[in-house]
Design a protein around this ligand. Structure first.
Ligand SMILES: Nc1ncnc2c1ncn2[C@@H]1O[C@H](COP(=O)(O)OP(=O)(O)O)[C@@H](O)[C@H]1O
Ligand SMILES: [Mg+2]
Length: 379
C-alpha cells in the first residue's frame, strides 16, 4: 500500500497543506524545527489514531486553534481508501470512506505504518516498556483481536490497580471482587501473551534472516519472551488463562501489600539474543543498533505476510545515525518495495546515489515545496 495524498489542517505548524507523494521514496529536507517530524507524525496518526510522540492529543492541534484535521488517500491492491481523522477537544472522530467509525479500533489497520526514529535504536537496550510498546503497536496493527484484547486488558488493569490500592489502605475488604477482576484480567491477558509468543516467533524468522545478511553470516538473532507468568511456553490460551488465575491467587497478599498488579503481560519483556547471548547485556552499541534495525525491517515482511500489503515506512532522522554499510542495507531493502518517507537535514553522498528517483520536499516553517533534485545547497 502507499499514501497517495495527504491533507492537513491546523495540524501542529501546518495551517493548510495538500501534498501528493511518490509511491517510492519521499525525502523531506529541512532545517531544525521546520516541521519534518510533524509531517511524519501526521501520517503516523492517520494510521494509528494516536501520536508516537505524545499522549496528549491537544498538542497536535495548532496553537490557539480548536481542531486539527488529517485526511489521506491510501492506495491498496483492492482500491483506494479515504481516511479522515479529526482531533478536537471533544476527542477524535475517525472516518473510513466518509463513514464514521464508532470505535477507533475499527479504524486502525487501514493504513499500516512502521516508524523508525533514533529512539528506536534503543529498542534493544532501552527499558522493557519500550519493547512492550513496540510489540503492542506493531502487532495491534496486524491483528484487530490483539488490539481489542489490549484495550480490554488496559481497562481492567486500571480498575484492578485501583481496587488493590483500596484493599491496601483498607478502604475495601471484599476479596471476591478482586477475584472477579483477576479472572477478567486473565481472560485478555492470556490472549495477549499467546499472540505475542506466536507473533514473535514469526517475526524472528525474518529478523534473523536480515540480521544474518547484515552481519555477513556472522550472527544469528533470536527473541526470548520473558514472562512474569511461570511456564507459559507451548500452552493454549485457556491453559495460559488458568495459570494466570492460579498465580493471581498465590500472589494476592503480595499484590494487596504493594497495591498494584505485579503479574501479567504489562510486566513482560523480550530479550534479544545474538548467537545465544543477550545483546542487551553483552552486545556492543553497533550490534545493538544492527539488531534494532533488523527487527524494524523484519516488521515490513511480517506485515506483508499478514496483511498481503507492504506497510509504509517512516524514517525520522535515522539515516544519519547509521554508518554507510547499514544505510546501504536499509536503502537496498526498501527500494522499489516499500513507500518510504525519510526526513533529514541533508543527504549523504551514499544515500543520494542509492535512492532511486526520489520525490524531494523542502520543509520550511510549515510550508512544503517540491524540488527537482538534491542539488539545492544547504546554507
Ligand atoms: N501545536 C502546535 N502548533 C503550532 N506549532 C507547533 C505545534 N507543535 C509544534 N509546533 C512547532 O513545530 C516545530 C517543530 O517541528 P518538528 O517537526 O518537530 O521539527 P523538525 O523539522 O526538526 O522535525 C516547532 O517550531 C514547534 O514550535
Ligand atoms: Mg524532527
Amino acid at each position: 500500500m502507499y499514501l497517495e495524498k495527504l491533507e492537513l489542517k491546523h495540524f501542529r505548524n501546518y495551517e493548510d497543506v495538500n501534498v501528493a507523494f511518490s509511491p517510492q521514496v519521499n525525502v523531506l529536507i529541512g532545517k531544525n524545527a521546520q516541521g519534518k517530524t510533524n509531517l511524519l507524525e501526521s501520517i503516523y496518526v492517520l494510521a494509528m489514531a494516536r501520536s508516537h510522540r505524545t499522549s496528549n492529543d491537544r498538542e497536535m492541534v495548532t496553537f490557539k486553534k480548536d481542531a486539527a484535521l488529517i485526511r489521506g488517500e491510501v492506495h491498496q491492491r483492492l482500491g483506494n481508501t479515504k481516511l479522515e481523522l479529526l482531533i478536537s477537544r471533544k476527542g477524535k472522530k475517525a472516518k473510513v470512506n466518509y463513514l464514521e467509525k464508532a470505535r477507533l479500533s475499527q479504524y486502525i489497520g487501514q493504513l499500516n505504518v512502521i516508524l523508525f526514529a533514533p529512539e528506536d535504536l534503543a529498542l534493544v537496550k532501552g527499558a522493557p516498556s519500550v519493547r512492550r510498546r513496540f510489540i503492542d503497536m506493531e502487532f495491534g496493527q496486524i491483528d484487530a483481536l490483539y488490539l481489542h484484547a489490549l484495550t480490554e486488558y488496559r481497562a481492567v488493569l486500571r480498575q484492578r490497580n485501583k481496587y488493590l490500592k483500596e484493599l491496601q489502605t483498607k478502604k475495601a475488604t471484599d476479596k471476591v471482587y478482586l477475584e472477579i477482576l483477576s479472572e477478567q484480567l486473565s481472560e485478555s491477558g492470556s490472549q495477549i501473551i499467546f499472540k505475542r509468543l506466536e507473533f514473535l516467533q514469526e517475526l524472528e524468522k525474518y529478523a534473523d534472516k536480515l540480521h544474518n545478511q547484515i552481519t555477513q553470516g556472522k550472527e544469528h538473532l533470536q527473541f526470548q519472551y520473558e514472562s512474569t507468568l511461570k511456564e507459559y511456553q507451548g500452552k493454549s490460551v485457556l491453559e495460559l488463562k488458568q495459570s494466570l488465575v492460579e498465580q493471581y491467587k498465590t500472589m494476592m497478599d503480595k499484590e494487596i501489600f504493594q497495591g498494584t498488579t505485579l503479574l501479567g503481560p504489562h510486566r513482560d519483556d523480550v530479550r534479544f539474543m545474538l548467537n545465544d547471548k543477550n545483546v542487551q547485556v553483552y552486545g556492543s552499541q553497533g550490534q545493538q543498533r544492527t539488531a534494532a534495525l533488523s527487527v524494524k525491517l523484519a516488521e515490513i515482511d511480517l506485515m506483508k505476510e499478514k496483511t498481503h500489503e507492504y506497510p509504509i515506512l517512516l524514517l525520522d532522522d535515522v539515516l544519519s545515525e547509521l554508518d554507510g554499510a547499514r544505510q546501504t542495507h536499509l536503502l537496498k531493502t526498501i527500494q522499489n518495495k516499500v513507500q518510504t518517507f525519510l526526513t533529514t537535514p541533508g543527504l549523504s553522498d551514499v544515500a543520494q546515489q542509492l535512492i532511486n528517483k526520489p520525490k524531494i520536499f523542502r520543509i520550511d516553517n510549515g510550508k512544503i515545496t517540491e524540488e527537482n533534485s538534491f542539488t539545492i545547497e544547504e546554507e
